[in-house]
Design a protein. Structure first.
Length: 92
């Protein structure tokens, strides 16, 4: 018999995911970037090498050190990832 649960939500939707990998100046980046209505316009970025992820939107780039903290990166690597993601979502 199945156990009863009080779900807050249980949604199924089509998503778009882009897989991208590049070797930068300081480290390698192997990402999965998922677009979903569930995140209210933000993207889900998964670092496949470190198993870290973050839900990122334009407002998160106003938070100093957010990318470095979310992905546990050194400053140079975080700057490189932040430049890529800000271009990806169209901020630059």
């Amino acid at each position: 018999m199945m156990e009863e649960r009080d779900f807050l939500y249980d949604d199924v939707e089509q998503t778009k995911t882009r897989f991208i990998c590049w070797i930068g100046e300081t480290s390698r980046f192997d990402l999965a970037i998922t677009h979903s209505e569930h995140f209210f316009g933000k993207i889900l970025v998964l670092n496949l090498l470190s198993n870290r992820f973050a839900i990122i939107g334009a407002d998160d780039f106003d938070e100093p050190g957010y990318i470095a903290h979310a992905f546990d990166l050194e400053e140079d690597a975080a700057d490189e990832l932040e430049r890529y993601l800000s271009q990806y979502i169209g901020l630059t």
